[in-house]
Design a protein around this ligand. Structure first.
Ligand SMILES: NC(=O)c1ccc[n+]([C@@H]2O[C@H](COP(=O)([O-])OP(=O)(O)OC[C@H]3O[C@@H](n4cnc5c(N)ncnc54)[C@H](O)[C@@H]3O)[C@@H](O)[C@H]2O)c1
Ligand SMILES: CC(C)(O)[C@@H](O)C(=O)O
Ligand SMILES: [Mg+2]
Ligand SMILES: [Mg+2]
Length: 327
């Protein structure tokens, strides 16, 4: 069984009297900054000028340019977009890093694929929440937390793991459970998971599920309730009770239909393609493609996002979500 750290294994006092600089006040950065401050730790924010800088100020943080924040900090959490990190690292982080600083990543991408090479005289750790940034804050506020992974790439001070666990505790992650891993395992499983399942596979499954019903002539609103809205409620059952618990929480008819037709639709060919995609992550082909796409202006990404934004399922969903929330 994996090594899993809970609250009792982490000591917040490791961070007392220390300054944590959260670099980036976006999807993860805002949640980490608020959680860590609410846990009684001194937090400053390092970010470029823009809307998120204004928000960080409004929310009461001292905000600095990235390099200044790095100079002032004992711990830096690099919560900038993955593709932005290498240049900011070279220009603003590395020149200002003090000996013995703890550098925290929330995803191992740049270290795993060699795009950032930290100097030997700092600690380098990973605290990777297994959740979107919104849940990182929402769960903390609810008095709980999301699970996370932790890894040590470099232990200069001898305290790298303790510091990482303290910051994980400050974010509520050890309330749930923090599994020890490596940068390689986190990076590869995170990319494989988001492509095959969480973002890619799920989105495509939901879109096809909706489109098939609409193309057969059923009302789009009915298709949205069936294929998309209820998917969340079925996931809640799986989240609370496991796969068997979900199967026992639906009708016998759904149970039989699901168990027989599911493997026909999502068949061995799909699994083979999932393995091919995973191989492209493991051998670095995906990372190379994404870096090239980003450096070329990310036009393909913009076009694909627009296609989703302009699709029928989104229009139907927007209306139904307003209606369901009583607007
Ligand atoms: N988004 C998630 O839910 C999630 C989940 C797990 C791990 N992660 C990891 O967390 C890290 C941060 O991802 P994110 O999605 O929160 O990022 P994000 O896209 O939300 O980051 C945006 C923030 O970065 C700032 N920024 C952008 N370019 C900058 C620059 N050149 N200089 C200074 N600030 C700049 C923006 O102003 C903004 O505050 C990544 O490593 C990502 O893989 C994200
Ligand atoms: C939230 C996810 C998909 O788990 C994360 O890995 C990300 O990259 O945003
Ligand atoms: Mg990810
Ligand atoms: Mg992830």
């Amino acid at each position: 069984m994996a090594k899993i750290y809970k609250d009792r294994d982490a000591d917040l006092s490791v961070l007392s009297g220390k300054v944590v600089a959260v670099l980036g006040y976006g999807i993860q950065g805002r949640s980490w900054a608020l959680n860590t401050r609410d846990s009684g730790i001194k937090v400053i924010v390092g970010v470029r000028p823009g809307k998120s800088l204004e928000l960080a100020r409004q929310e009461g943080f001292e905000v600095y340019p990235v390099g200044e924040a790095v100079k002032k900090a004992d711990v830096i959490a690099v919560l900038l977009p993955d593709m932005v990190q290498p240049s900011v690292w070279m220009e603003e982080i590395a020149p200002n890093l003090k000996r013995g600083t703890t550098v925290v990543f929330a995803h191992g991408f740049n270290v795993r694929f060699g795009l950032i090479k930290p100097p030997n005289n700092v600690d380098v750790v990973l605290i990777a929440p297994k959740a979107p940034g919104k849940a990182v804050r929402d769960e903390y506020v609810r008095g709980w937390g999301v699970p996370a992974l932790v890894a040590v790439h470099q232990n200069f001070t001898g305290n790298a793991l303790k510091t990482a666990l303290a910051l994980a505790k400050a974010n509520g992650f050890t309330r749930t459970g923090v599994i020890e891993t490596t940068f390689a395992e986190e990076t590869e499983t995170d990319l494989i998971g988001e492509q095959n399942v969480l973002v890619g596979g799920l989105l495509q499954l939901l879109r096809y599920g909706f489109e098939v019903m609409v193309e057969l002539g059923y009302q789009p609103e009915v298709a949205y309730f069936e294929a998309i809205n209820e998917a969340k409620l079925i996931m809640d059952l799986i989240w609370e009770r496991g796969l068997t618990g979900m199967l026992l929480g639906v009708s016998e008819t759904a149970r039989y239909g699901g168990l027989t037709v599911g493997p026909y639709v999502i068949n061995e060919d799909v699994k083979r393609r999932m393995k091919e995609a995973a191989e492209r992550v493991r051998n670095g082909e995906f990372a190379k493609e994404w870096v090239n796409e980003y450096q070329g202006g990310a036009q393909k990404l913009r076009r694909l996002l627009e296609q989703v934004q302009n699709s029928q399922v989104e229009r139907v969903g927007d209306e139904l979500r307003k209606l369901m929330r009583g607007k």
